[in-house]
Write a protein that binds this ligand. Structure first.
Ligand code: ARG
Length: 432
């Protein structure tokens, strides 16, 4: 869905900038700042990747401030299908902890900004990232990969205004200051998760306070009875919950709710930013944590040991590339092709148990299962040929036995040497 309203008049001869507009104070101030400091016409673009907020209201606000055009783009479906699902297939978790929710939305936002820039004939793209985070890197690098000729402006990286000065600037320029319930943290939200940093969270020695969480209840307050959920996968993609087929966006939202109600998906992590800073952040990713665990369980049923083991390395590299802003790199795309080829038989059902902050896999089945009860059982009906074990172990252990024998022989030689070399005490001559 694309909504476009245009009423302000572009100034003749002025070049255009496409601004990623969130509706907040920073990007609202940026509209006027770009006009004043760069003499550009501003086209504001609000992109819905599942965060709260009214995109239609953003259109009116941006135009009220002076944007010559404003777009509201609903990108949730594209986000789920083209960014979340490939990441899920790769079980993508940065440093084994963070499901990359913010990181994987950035390349999509960059792509949509580039599309609008081309359509509008703009020369620049602007975004509201600061100079200390990863997001500026992700935007700048993704835009450069898709449209190397576009200029990039990051007002917040350039202006030297404090928060108070920004508010003053807004007041002087009749920029409405968004009334938001005050939040002591810096947060970012989309379908795949909510991230939270700054404020008291910066003290890594202290437990994050309850008010840092919005999507999950405290496990202490979670129901005393577990919630069981059946998740069906088709070629690595989750397609139904409890037997009900759901489109991607709804499926993710449903699991965010079910898992969040059980306190599942809280992550407290000290993370290595690309810009060299270690930062303490908390995340709430109920659906992501649940789905990654379920997906891994499905894979362990249908993939061979070799593929599973090799894929772990690919997953880690994939996650680093996504984190580092290299989504549109040839390597990420090549790894994606590998991952995709492993998902052919990742089809079946996984049952998870959500209980007081924990998600456990308690059952799985697949038409392509490599798990063979006849081979696995210790009970009657065992089909494993017990006589083959001895011969197999003889061959399997042969290299080690050979090594051991060779080393032992050598050690004997070494052991004997000092004895040989030691000068024998001359027998005392008997006194005659
Ligand atoms: N540290 C995370 C990342 O780099 C999340 C950053 C989100 N931004 C924010 N303002 N909280 O992907």
């Amino acid at each position: 869905m694309v909504t476009k309203k245009k009423d302000s008049v572009p100034r003749s001869g002025r070049k255009k900038v496409v601004l990623a507009y969130s509706g907040g104070l920073d990007t609202s101030v940026a509209i006027r700042w770009l006009q004043d400091n760069y003499d550009l016409d501003v086209v504001a673009v609000s992109i819905d990747v599942g965060q709260p907020g009214d995109m239609e209201k953003n259109i009116d606000r941006a135009k009220g401030i002076g944007a010559i055009a404003a777009y509201a783009l609903d990108a949730r479906e594209e986000f789920a299908e083209e960014y979340v699902w490939p990441s899920l297939k790769a079980n993508a978790m940065y440093q084994g902890a963070y499901p990359l929710s913010t990181a994987i939305a950035r390349p999509l936002i960059a792509k949509l900004l580039v599309d609008v820039a081309k359509k509008e004939g703009a020369d620049y793209i602007a975004h509201g990232c600061t100079a200390k985070g990863n997001d500026q890197v992700r935007f700048d690098v993704s835009i450069a990969a898709l449209a190397p000729n576009l200029g990039i402006i990051a007002p917040m990286r350039e202006w030297v205004m404090t928060r108070e000065e920004e508010i003053d600037y807004a007041k002087k320029n009749d920029i409405p200051i968004p009334v938001k319930k005050s939040c002591p943290y810096s947060t970012d939200e989309n379908l795949w998760g909510r991230s939270c940093e700054c404020g008291v969270i910066e003290d890594a020695s202290k437990e994050p306070p309850e008010d840092a969480h919005e999507w999950t209840v405290s496990p202490l307050k979670a129901p005393n009875k577990p919630t069981y959920v059946d998740i069906a996968f088709d070629k690595g993609v989750p397609v139904s919950v409890d037997g009900r087929r759901l489109p991607p966006v709804e499926l993710i939202m449903k699991l965010n709710k079910l898992a969040g109600e059980n306190g599942v998906g809280r992550i407290d992590h000290v993370e290595d930013r690309l810009v060299g800073i270690k930062s303490r952040e908390t995340y709430e990713c109920p659906a992501a944590v649940t789905l990654i665990k379920a997906h891994q369980a499905m894979e362990s049923m249908v993939l061979t040991r070799d593929v599973l083991s090799y894929k772990r390395g690919v997953e880690q590299r994939f996650s680093e590339l996504a984190y580092d802003g290299l989504w549109f790199s040839p390597l990420r795309e090549a790894l994606d092709a590998f991952v995709e080829s492993t998902q052919k038989y990742v089809t079946g059902m996984v049952r998870v148990k959500l209980y007081k902050g924990n998600v456990e896999v308690v059952g799985r089945e697949s038409p392509y299962s490599l798990y063979d009860e006849g081979l696995a059982t210790y009970a009657a009906g065992d089909e494993f040929d017990h006589t083959s074990a001895k011969g197999f172990i003889y061959v399997w252990g042969l290299p080690l036995r050979t090594v051991a024998a060779a080393h032992k022989a050598k050690m004997k030689v070494v052991d004997q040497e000092p004895a040989k070399a030691a000068p024998k005490k001359a027998p005392r001559k008997k006194a005659t």
